[in-house]
Design a protein around this ligand. Structure first.
Ligand code: ZN
Length: 207
């Protein structure tokens, strides 16, 4: 039987290039080109002049994330990852998510629009989950998104959730397409020893 565990040592799982591209852009914006170039070059096979345009090996993303967290410190590292996620969402809306689908979600009531977006996210999980397994569950207050074997925090140990790249991407997508004040918070994280990374999507309470 070809299980995921057996395949993992021999298979390079790949994810979309934005995890590297947008993190590099964010580092340039807030820490300068020298810092960005250093962190990028020390942890991936890319440079600022030759950023990836196709799917990348998830291990390079993990190394880049770990290196940023170690170099910038927890708070600044998380801030960079969150902004890189938000920039990724902006990129996806500009280049990947069909305009008609965006319009449909914007004119649909939030709970139904969220269902449409979650379905699309689930269908495209192969572009961002890598060797992780992504599941979504919608409920009355919003939704719960989970990664088992999350690829983004692999190799990291932390006292607080660290998958801010995903939180930033999801929150920006949901705010732009579903409800402008929605919140996405990571409430469990594999880096803390939990069995999954869990993100809670909540809508602002209406009065
Ligand atoms: Zn996590």
């Amino acid at each position: 039987m070809n299980t995921r565990a057996e395949a993992a040592p021999h298979t390079a799982y790949r994810i979309g290039p934005n995890a590297i591209v947008q993190l590099a852009h964010t580092l340039c914006a807030h820490h300068g080109r020298a810092v960005a170039a250093g962190l990028l070059g020390e942890s991936t096979s890319y440079t600022l002049e030759a950023l990836p345009e196709a799917m990348v090996n998830e291990v390079e993303v993990q190394t880049f994330v770990q290196h940023c967290m170690a170099s910038l410190g927890h708070m600044q590292g998380l801030a960079a990852l969150h902004e890189a996620g938000a920039r990724t969402a902006t990129y996806l809306m500009a280049h990947r998510i069909p305009r008609m689908a965006q319009l449909a979600m914007r004119i649909t009531p939030p709970r139904l629009a969220l269902r449409m977006l979650l379905r699309a996210m689930q269908a495209h999980a192969w572009t961002f989950a890598g060797s992780g397994q992504f599941t979504v569950r919608q409920h009355r207050r919003g939704a719960t998104l989970e990664f088992r074997h999350c690829t983004m925090c692999r190799g990291l140990t932390a006292h607080a959730p660290v998958c801010a790249f995903y939180a930033g991407t999801f929150q920006q997508l949901i705010r732009q397409l579903v409800q402008p004040t929605a919140l996405v918070q990571e409430v469990r994280c594999c880096a803390m020893g939990h069995d999954c990374c869990r993100f809670e999507v909540t809508f602002a309470v209406s009065h």
